[in-house]
Design a protein around this ligand. Structure first.
Ligand SMILES: [Zn+2]
Ligand SMILES: [Zn+2]
Length: 280
């Protein structure tokens, strides 16, 4: 079922397709817990030619008569990314076809695609799912006051977006979103950071959001965090848990900042773990 442009995996009734939103620059010096030079060596060794450039994925889930989108990319704000809409169309889906948008968290490279240039909802017929702690965090005036100017812009964006989607906003709890799609709370990167898991027979997929930004570096060194992590210690604990679970349960991993093919397995390595991208 793989189209020439997109990578898809069938998990039970659901066809999950990685859709690129493009790239964004994220310098290696945003990482802590590793020397920039050492991080560069890992990138180089893994064949990454632009070490300070990370990819943005979104995922389309189709099945059981439903069309779900997981995250929406940047929306092209500040000339970054914005390719999702075109790729969605190329996959045969219009924004009006999307009945559910699942958000991993509120960062601009995940929610930016929800509003058009006039601040109106693009996914007009979709229910929008978000973890309640995520909404609480971005609506917290004390947190806003303490944030840097750049991060304050993120608060404004989340608030505008949630306001525009008030009617269709649903909060994630421990229950399945729809039968077969289970939310998994993965806190640390942000307080309400959430993954989504689909299990069928011997196949299991975890869409893990922003567990890693630099897949090769942070799988080899799970203690390495990035400046965007709200709570680096919690993010590290969650990342370690996810990586060991991915190995133990042989999970297929989908992640918003994996390579453009969008899916990977996690293997044990001499030190830490190793990302393995399946041949398509
Ligand atoms: Zn993020
Ligand atoms: Zn991100």
């Amino acid at each position: 079922m793989n189209s020439p442009h997109f990578t898809s995996h069938q998990i039970g009734d659901f066809l999950v397709t990685a859709l690129s939103d493009g790239n964004m620059s994220a310098n290696l010096d945003l990482l802590s817990g590793i020397e920039t030079a050492d991080a560069g060596v890992i990138q180089h060794r893994c064949g990454i030619t632009e070490p300070g450039n990370i990819h943005i994925n979104c995922y389309l889930i189709r099945g059981r008569g439903r069309t779900l989108l997981v995250d929406t990319g940047t929306g092209g704000v500040n000339q970054v990314g914005g390719l999702l809409k075109g790729n969605l169309g190329a996959a045969g889906v219009t924004p009006d076809d999307v009945d559910t948008v699942l958000l991993t968290h509120g960062h601009p490279d995940h929610i930016g695609g929800l509003l058009d240039a006039e601040g109106r909802p693009i996914y007009k017929h979709a229910e929008l799912y978000l973890h309640p702690l995520e909404a609480e965090y971005w609506r917290d005036d004390e947190k806003l006051k303490m944030a840097s100017e750049r991060v304050q812009g993120n608060f404004t964006r989340v608030r505008q977006t949630l306001d525009a989607y008030t009617q269709s906003l649903r909060f994630i709890d421990g229950n399945e979103i729809i039968e077969g799609i289970l939310p998994v709370w993965l806190p640390g990167h942000t307080p309400g950071h959430t993954g989504f898991r689909i299990d069928s027979g011997d196949k299991s997929l975890l869409i893990w959001g922003d567990i890693v930004h630099f897949p090769h570096i942070q799988s080899a060194h799970p203690a390495v965090s990035i400046v965007f992590d709200c709570d680096p210690a919690q993010a590290e604990a969650t990342r370690k848990k996810c990586l060991s679970q991915a190995v133990r349960e042989k999970l297929l991993i989908a992640g918003m900042h994996l390579a453009p093919t969008g899916f990977a397995h996690i293997l044990m390595a001499e030190s830490g773990y190793r990302i393995s991208y399946p041949e398509e």
